[in-house]
Design a binder for this molecule. Structure first.
Ligand code: PEP
Ligand code: MG
Length: 883
């Protein structure tokens, strides 16, 4: 430690070196204790060693940083001075608690140590001072146990066994009936355990005890358990953990003492009432350890009315001060209330909305605070989807874990085909190795979808998300056998008709019929979303392919359609037959004939979608997927489809085989289809423009946006633009009417981002297809990531699935390049994003930083995206204000 360097921040009695803005240095606990003390709340004095000591410790080769001792002593003298006591003193001994605390709470990383400073001598002094020998001995035995367990890593059960043995030996039912003599014996036995496990007698020097404890807290930051926790919860960029040392107050000093935890509002439903538990004559760990059953905080009103009133008042003061619902730890020592911790309380989605709306109405916070701090995107996500009741998550019923492809829980009977979905009168889960266009009708009628193959942007995932239907994709733990009609993980085997439950939010699948909680959003939701929209300057559109999707998108507040995947209109019924007829056409004539049938369907759909969306923008993408995706795969179906199309089976098989590609994702798809078969582009353009003209006749103003997929060169774009423009001219002549329209492109091939300037010269708008852009930047097939993604994440090769959260470093860099190049040429170039990342809060943060005009996501994610976009903007604005 360099001279003059200071790592100690005192608090208590108006002497605060820190405050609540210093969470990175002091941890949430230390920073808020200083803040509470500064506003005059009853906080026992103490000090916090800043998280920088973690870095020093690590730089020092995991050794005690030099000079820290004197700082610790300084801190102890600060407390001694304030409460007139002495650390290790034989008259009025100071006892302290030692706690860890990082800027982001990491529950379970390191437990608290209480009663530090007790030894064979000070315990007697404490007994004398309090005139309560039993209490002093009880504190000492607790301290030996905690110190032994937390600092010296002696297994807890070593102490517990001794404790239980003594209880039965002495015929004592509850620990509160231990006499001082029993406790003396227990202390000796604990010391023996300590000696047996460490080879040393129990540490008697209080400063040495404190040094050990601080060392243990710092060391806990580096344990594999803590490292894994940070990784799972995406916690990075922190300095480390701070260490808070605070004068002890005792909740175990008799029946006028207590300890407890409470929320300032009910965290389940948001009601404005204290919610929590407390224990009379106990110390904090008794509540956690479950040795005694805590009492509802409501009871405190009767038992300790004055303290309850004071606690309620402090709760209100804290809410106003921290502008959020608080989770408080408190202790009452002989009738005097002390606050030991406060932090923003965790809550359900329902409670989050109610608390946000109520606190604004109660003038405790502004609408801006509510949007930025009180509701998280994940709260909305949970609220909008059916959830499994958490207590129903039985480990032994777990069949496997796949990719959480579309949130929400679904329960139904296992079926393996669309026909079986149609036949069933019970709710069903469609279980497929992977899905294709053939499965769409079954997917639509099923409660949920489970696949053993495919990634987060596979057919199953994309379609399910669009419909808000739960989906677990790429669950490699299971084997699906269509012939046997079974799905198995090797231990549990389910057959068609057996119940299964899936959780698309976690990716876990369970055997059996689990209980669920239905989506629950009320006026608070709509009020809150109104505030959200005030702070959003990036539009949120929806990916919607049908009039029904469009209705849903609008009802969730979408400001337009950012992606209408036209291929999704050809699934099911007569439409797929017409599509198949078009695909197997040998001549242009035959193809045009089949297309004329598809034109009717498409025009009808566009008309309805335009009608639903009114004058809001609608971006329609021309046909994108490889054509063989529309053809059947299984023998039985091939035969049936051949009959429907009135072609011989052999001929049909030949056609199917001629359309097969080695790498379909990189094959004959996207604009390549329109370039080889311009009549497809012509038909789709005609359907869009004729539908729009019909509405124009009725007085509606709309500007259709036609989008060309998978463009890698400006020349590809120009080719298709010409086809579209020529078709429009022909239609305008035929109808003697005109209409404004836009022609833009998906940017989803890495090359397109590099030549964006050239493309921007010709295009009216860009929309990033981040699914394909991620696929082609990494070279990972988006349908095959299930096989390796989890290993990559486990081995730290990737921080998370880049198909879910945008890879800012790589794919993001390409996006920046394309935005800069595109806007260099056309400053007003409209740029959006319509890949799955458009609904992901962290990715939205990046899109806001690039000042995109809109994000587009599946309808059910629209509210989540609206909130994430507003929060991204507010954060950006406050960052600018700080510079
Ligand atoms: C994309 O690639 O991001 C995209 C939106 O298109 P699709 O998922 O249909 O390929
Ligand atoms: Mg794409």
């Amino acid at each position: 430690m360099k001279e003059g360097e200071n790592f100690i921040y005192r608090f208590g009695s108006g002497l605060e070196d820190g405050n609540s803005t210093m969470k990175n240095l002091l941890g949430g606990k230390g920073a808020n204790l200083a803040e509470m003390s500064s506003i005059g709340l009853p906080v026992p004095p103490g000090f916090t060693l800043s998280a920088e000591i973690c870095q020093l410790y690590s730089r020092n080769g995991k050794d005690w940083p030099e000079g820290l001792e004197s700082q610790v002593e300084k801190g102890i003298h600060h407390i001694e001075g304030l409460i007139r006591s002495q650390f290790g003193g034989s008259e009025n001994p100071l006892l302290v608690s030692v706690r860890s605390g990082a800027a982001i709470s990491m529950p379970g990383m390191m437990d608290t140590i209480l009663n530090l400073g007790l030894n064979d001598e000070t315990v007697e002094a404490l007994a004398k001072k309090t005139d309560n020998r039993r209490f002093a001995l009880d504190c000492y035995r607790r301290f030996i146990e905690m110190f032994g367990n937390v600092v010296m890593h002696i297994p807890q059960d070593k102490f517990e066994n001794v404790f239980e043995r003594l209880k039965s030996e002495k015929g004592v039912k509850e620990e509160k009936y231990f006499t001082p003599e029993h406790l003396e014996e227990l202390i000796s036995l604990y010391k023996e355990v300590y000696y047996g496990q460490t080879g040393d007698p129990f540490v008697q020097d209080p400063f040495e005890q404190l040094e050990y404890a601080v060392y243990a807290v710092v060391e806990s930051w580096f344990t594999p358990r803590a490292v894994t926790y940070r990784k799972i919860n995406n916690i990075s960029g922190l300095l480390g953990t701070a260490v808070t040392v605070q004068a002890m107050v005792f909740g175990n000093m008799g029946d006028d003492s207590a300890t407890g935890v409470c929320f300032t509002r009910n965290p389940s439903d948001g009601n404005n009432e204290l919610f929590g538990e407390f224990l009379i004559n106990a110390q904090g760990e008794d509540v956690v350890a479950g040795i005694r059953t805590p009492v509802d905080i409501g009871e405190m009103k009767k038992i300790m009315p004055d303290q309850f009133k004071e606690l309620s008042e402090i709760g209100s003061k804290l809410e106003l001060h921290f502008r959020n619902m608080q989770d408080i730890e408190f202790t009452i020592q002989q009738g005097q209330l002390f606050i030991l911790q406060t932090r923003n309380g965790k809550r359900t989605g329902l409670a989050a909305l109610k608390i946000a709306v109520d606190m604004v109405k109660e003038n405790l916070i502004t609408e801006n605070d509510a949007v930025l701090n009180l509701v998280e995107p994940v709260h909305l996500e949970k609220l909008l989807h059916t959830q499994l009741k958490t207590e129903q998550v039985y480990k032994e019923d777990t069949i496997g874990r796949g990719l959480p492809a579309s949130p929400g829980a679904a329960v139904g009977k296992v079926v393996f085909s669309s026909e079986k979905v149609a036949e069933s009168t019970d709710p069903v889960i469609l279980v497929r190795i992977q899905t294709s266009s053939d499965d769409v009708s079954g997917m639509s009628a099923a409660e949920g979808i489970l696949t053993s193959h495919g990634g987060k942007t596979s057919h199953a995932a994309v379609v399910a998300r669009g419909w808000g239907k739960p989906c677990v994709a790429g669950c490699e733990d299971i084997i699906i056998d269509y012939e046997k009609g079974s799905v198995t993980n090797g231990k549990i085997t389910l057959y068609e008709g057996d119940w299964i439950s899936i959780d698309g939010g976690s990716g876990i699948i369970f055997q059996g019929q689990k209980d669920v909680v239905k989506p629950n959003y009320n006026e608070d939701f709509f009020q809150f979303m109104e505030w959200v929209d005030q702070y959003c300057n990036m539009e949120v559109r929806a990916n919607a392919d049908t009039p029904l999707d469009a209705e849903r998108a609008k009802s969730f507040g979408a400001k337009g359609i950012g992606l209408c995947r036209t291929e999704h209109m050809f699934f099911g019924g007569e439409r797929i037959t017409a599509m198949r007829r078009m695909i197997i056409s040998e001549t242009e004539e035959e193809r045009k004939d089949a297309l004329s049938q598809l034109l009717i369907y498409q025009k009808e759909d566009f008309l309805k979608i335009f009608e639903v969306m009114g004058e809001l923008p609608v971006t329609i993408r021309l046909l994108d997927p490889p054509l063989h995706e529309f053809l059947p795969e299984e023998a039985k179906e091939i035969e049936q489809v051949a009959k429907e199309l009135r072609v011989g089976k052999e001929e049909f098989l030949r056609k199917i085989s001629s359309l097969k590609e080695v790498n379909p994702m990189l094959g004959h798809r996207g604009c390549r289809l329109g370039i080889t078969y311009p009549e497809i582009t012509e038909m789709q353009t005609r359907a869009i423009i004729e539908a729009a003209l019909e509405l124009k006749k009725k007085g509606k103003t709309l500007i259709p946006e036609i989008m060309i997929p998978l463009v890698g060169t400006a020349e590809e774009f120009v080719d298709q633009r010409n086809v579209i423009e020529n078709t429009c001219r022909r239609i305008f002549n035929e109808k003697n009417m005109k209409l404004d329209y836009k022609i833009g492109t998906m940017i989803e091939i890495p090359r397109a981002t590099i030549v964006a300037k050239k493309i921007a010269e010709k295009a009216d708008f860009f929309s990033f297809g981040t699914n394909d852009l991620t696929q082609m930047t990494y070279g990972y097939s988006r349908d095959d990531t299930g096989k390796f993604m989890e290993h990559y994440i486990q081995k730290n090769i990737l921080p998370e699935d880049p198909f879910q959260v945008l890879d800012v470093e790589g794919v993001g860099r390409l996006i920046t390049l394309a935005v800069e190049n595109g806007r260099k040429h056309k400053t007003d170039l409209k740029i959006g994003i319509c890949g799955e990342h458009g609904g992901d809060p962290r990715s939205i943060n990046f899109f806001q930083s690039q000042h995109l005009d809109y994000v587009s996501c599946s309808p059910y994610r629209v509210p989540v995206a609206r909130l994430a976009a507003a929060q991204a903007l507010l954060n950006e604005e406050s960052a600018i204000a700080l510079t």
